[in-house]
Design a protein around this ligand. Structure first.
Ligand code: HEM
Length: 468
């Protein structure tokens, strides 16, 4: 491995920035101190900004780091919510569970949700039509949140939970507040009866009751094979080694994990997609041209998706410049070497995805929005450790096919009919709230405008080949 100098930031460096905007804080650590930085404060961590260090942390070939470690206050909080779910379970259970669940999230299995995704996106067209006609501005964050919650609940639980959205949102808001609270070690402990801890436990009980009822319902009345949701698929799933299925409690924990991991992250990516399109007319025009050429004014089908190559690259670039999940954390369970620097067992390692994706050594002119960075040749020339919106290695995002398909479907269906326009004068894209997902601190005020088909759709002149 290349020798990478270790820089030590001053103790309690920029604490206000760290608390207010962790994405900006990590960007600053990278630009001021370099590829490996020790940050010391309420808790100490090493920030890794180099592909070789990413490999040590995420590929973890020698088993020197662990993701879920009770010493790590960030994961202590996440673990209290996710419990035996995939994102938070201990190594033994996780391994069996990942083996059991991975096939349910493979590209082919996820295609089975395509029609539901398309139908959900199309059900939004009338709503946007009304919004467009009224000329009303709205907060796009609320819109993408609702859209993503709707499609997640339809696909995962096969029910339009609009009636239940308020309840789900309520529980989710409390859990989010708990997960995003500053990870002060003692307050992360469930046993400390702070008002937030008590509220969160109440929200968890509410969700569990709700999920258990749904699971029970599916056990009693299985869905027909064509409309199988993720709950039914989990009820059917067996571990190929032991042949064992999942208990209702495990399914309940996974349902919450999928919602927490999947709904806001995808909503945030969609929000940033609309933002980027509104800021880059040339990119937007190419997306419209592609949609009109491929769809020819008709509705989207699953067969169209592979042909939307430019739109796909736009989404890849959105996830580079404004990745919706901003960090990955691990704890060293043995002494290890990071770029020639000895690191003690028990140390916390942090990878800030935006800091890595904005590294000028890895991405020329990183602030430029350029979807062509994702042309095949350009991708082949980069280290796979330079682009990590969905992580890498054993714990890489299990929902990546699901959310990429969801993003492509929503972008295609909505942008085939509408343009999205910024409706606020001043907007600082770096003023973000970096919680579970990265959002503009106050969302983005936007409006939608119905659009005409581009010339790609205009039928060829009838005079061609016709007698003069
Ligand atoms: C744009 C959307 C999404 C982004 C950017 C994203 C990002 C990530 C990242 C970076 C990780 C790796 C975490 C780590 O290594 O510590 C991860 C893990 C995970 N994601 Fe996603 N995710 C998205 C959508 C989803 C969806 C839709 C689901 C499920 C329906 C999901 C479920 C999970 C789970 C269960 C894990 C833990 C996997 C494991 O440890 O085995 N994610 N995600």
């Amino acid at each position: 491995m290349t020798k990478i100098p270790l820089a030590v930031a001053p103790r309690f460096y920029k604490p206000l920035l760290m608390a207010r905007n962790a994405v900006r804080f990590c960007n600053l650590l990278r630009s001021e101190f370099g590829d490996l930085v020790l940050s010391r404060g309420f808790f100490d961590f090493y920030l890794l900004n180099h592909p070789d260090l990413v490999a040590v942390m995420l590929l973890n070939k020698e088993g020197l780091v662990d993701r879920v470690n009770r010493l790590n206050p960030i994961y202590q909080r996440i673990g209290n919510i996710g419990r035996s779910g995939l994102a938070t379970s201990g190594a033994q259970h996780w391994k069996q569970q990942r083996r059991r669940i991975a096939p349910l999230f493979g590209a082919t299995a996820i295609r089975g949700f395509g029609e539901t995704m398309i139908a959900t996106a199309e059900s939004w067209l009338a709503r946007w039509d009304a919004l467009g006609r009224s000329g009303k501005t709205f907060n796009m964050k609320d819109e993408t949140n609702e859209l993503s919650l709707e499609v997640n609940t339809r696909c995962l639980f096969n029910t339009s939970l609009r009636g239940d959205h308020a309840r789900l949102q309520g529980w989710f808001t409390v859990m989010k507040e708990y997960l995003e609270a500053f990870p002060v070690p003692v307050l992360s402990d469930w046993r400390v009866p702070t008002p937030l801890n008590l509220r969160t436990r109440r929200a968890l009980r509410g969700f569990d009751r709700y999920a258990m009822q749904l699971i029970e319902q599916r056990r009693r009345a299985p869905l027909d094979p064509d409309s199988k949701d993720m709950v039914t698929r989990m009820l059917d799933a067996r571990d190929e080694e032991s042949g064992r299925g999942m208990t209702d409690e495990q399914i309940c924990h996974e349902m919450l994990t999928f919602l927490i991991a999947g709904f806001e992250s995808t909503s945030s990516a969609l929000l940033w997609t609309f933002y980027q399109l509104s800021q880059h007319p040339a990119v937007e025009a190419r997306v419209h041209e592609e949609l009109d050429r491929v769809l020819g004014g008709r509705g989207l089908t699953m067969e169209d998706l592979p042909r939307l190559t430019y739109t796909k690259r736009v989404i890849s670039e959105v996830l580079r410049q404004t990745p919706s999940v901003w960090f990955m954390a691990r704890t060293a369970i043995e002494d290890l070497d990071l770029g020639g620097n000895p690191i003690k067992k028990g140390s916390h390692l942090l990878l800030s995805i935006p800091a890595l994706h904005g590294h000028p050594g890895l991405w020329p002119d990183p602030t430029r929005f350029d979807p062509d960075r994702f042309l095949d040749d350009a991708v082949a020339q980069r280290s796979p450790n330079a682009y990590l919106p969905f992580g890498r290695g054993a714990h890489a995002c299990i929902g990546s096919h699901f959310s990429l398909q969801e993003l492509l479907v929503f972008t295609a269906v909505l942008c085939s009919r509408f343009r999205v326009v910024m409706a606020q004068q001043r907007f600082d894209p770096e003023d973000v709230r970096a919680g579970l997902s990265v959002y503009p601190r106050h969302g983005i005020k936007m409006r939608v405008v119905r659009r005409e088909l581009t010339s790609a759709r205009v039928p060829p002149p009838t005079t061609i080949g016709a007698p003069a």
